[in-house]
Design a binder for this molecule. Structure first.
Ligand SMILES: Cc1ncc(COP(=O)(O)O)c(C=O)c1O
Length: 384
């Protein structure tokens, strides 16, 4: 029966990250620098709220958009943190992680032949969904712009088919952010054009040394922007699966239909934990962020001392060094680093062809693990 499988789906490849994980599993003594999730446990008070929800039988379906309490807490959160105003009754949807938010956003706005401009290298989950919508990913090569998509690049890629610009900052895999000035330039290019922006801000609480800024805060941008956010990274809640989309009602009322027929609602138990996270735990990310920042400085310093070319990340918990000078593809480099050096990192090619020649290191690991990982990496490089 395989010949009857949808062609778009048949052509999709398993994520390069997952493919690499399968190989890593065969090297239990390897130091892991692969995972894109916080190494801290979910804060106690949030876990207790989840347990309480179960014991109080708050275990049924909720409204499609999520509990009223959670919608209020989520809109308060982005108001307080990023000065963004959304109506809790009509401009937010609680999703199953940011992932489902991305899915319903694309499926609501894309049609066959729609073009989506996105930076390369990029998080690998966008392109498959774009393609399943029969739309076309159009990459801006950000390797020469410090991994930041620029207003000029966007302008040069615009066509009458452009439906959406994807802004995934702070970035996985590069850790780069867009500054207020850079976002203002992009907003200027998009002003007066009927083009959506999907702004994946899942790492918004993990920006170092400055405040996160959203494209939606610029004049006339809110009306065309869909913000994706969630609790996975900010509150170390990847397994609870709580995300949010924020957008004007003209967009959310359509997204809500896709969401409703797809999943009905996010888990009620996780939603109650989310209410706790966004009321009593508004600043839970801060101590974790301080720790990540120290680790970033440590690993960045070690890479520099090894003579490796790397852009200093300003957010998230990844570094994306160039390994081009070693004359190996990123897959060859990552495979040999795993087999010979006993360190697991993700080959840059997992993040589109624009990631070829790079390696993604996650520093969501303890200082001891990072030290040993860097020592091994150094030794491996010397052996090449
Ligand atoms: C840029 C980006 N967006 C979205 C997600 C998915 O987040 P969630 O686990 O909340 O679905 C990730 C996870 O790594 C990510 O890196």
């Amino acid at each position: 029966m395989e010949h009857l499988i949808n062609n778009q789906v048949k052509e999709l490849q398993l994520s390069g990250i997952r493919q690499f994980f399968n190989m890593v599993a065969k090297y239990p003594d390897a130091i892991q620098l692969t995972i894109g999730q916080p190494d801290f446990p979910t804060p106690e008070h949030i876990k207790e709220a989840g347990v309480m929800a179960i014991s109080q039988n708050k275990t049924g379906y909720t409204k499609n958009a999520g509990l009223d309490e959670l919608c209020v807490a989520a809109t308060n959160f982005i108001q307080q943190k990023y000065d963004l105003t959304y109506n809790p009754k009509s401009e937010v949807i609680t999703t199953i992680g940011a992932s489902q938010g991305i899915d319903i956003a694309f499926r609501t706005i894309l049609e066959e032949g729609s073009e989506v401009i996105l930076p390369g290298p990029v998080y690998p989950a966008y392109e498959p969904i774009i393609k399943m919508c029969r739309a076309i990913p159009v990459y801006a090569d950000t390797r020469t712009t410090n991994f930041k998509i620029t207003a000029e690049q966007i302008e040069s890629l615009l066509t009458d088919k452009t439906r959406c610009v994807m802004l995934p900052y702070p970035s996985n895999p590069t850790g780069c952010i867009l500054t207020e000035g850079e976002l203002a330039d992009i907003a200027k290019v998009l002003q007066g054009r009927d083009i959506f922006v999907i702004s994946d801000e899942i790492y918004s609480e993990l920006v170092y040394g400055k405040n996160h800024c959203s494209i939606a805060s610029f004049p006339n941008m809110k009306e065309k922007t869909i913000i994706i956010n969630g609790l996975s990274k900010s509150h170390s809640m990847t397994g609870w699966r709580i995300g949010f989309v924020f957008a004007p009602e003209t967009i959310t009322k359509h997204m809500l239909k896709v969401h409703q027929y797809n999943v009905s609602c996010a888990s009620a138990i996780s939603q109650w934990a989310g209410v706790q996270a966004l009321t009593e735990g508004l600043n839970d990310a801060l101590p974790m962020r301080a720790e990540y920042e120290k680790r970033r400085d440590y690993v960045y310093g070690r890479l520099q001392a090894m003579g490796i070319d790397v852009v200093k990340p300003e957010g998230a918990f990844y570094l994306f060094p160039s390994i081009e000078k070693f004359g190996l593809t990123s897959n060859e480099f990552a495979t040999r680093l795993l087999q010979e050096g006993k360190v697991a990192c993700v080959p840059g090619s997992a993040f589109s062809s624009y990631g070829e020649g790079y390696l993604r290191l996650s520093y969501a690991y303890s200082q001891e693990v990072l030290e040993e990982g860097c020592n091994r990496l150094e030794k491996f490089i010397q052996s090449l």
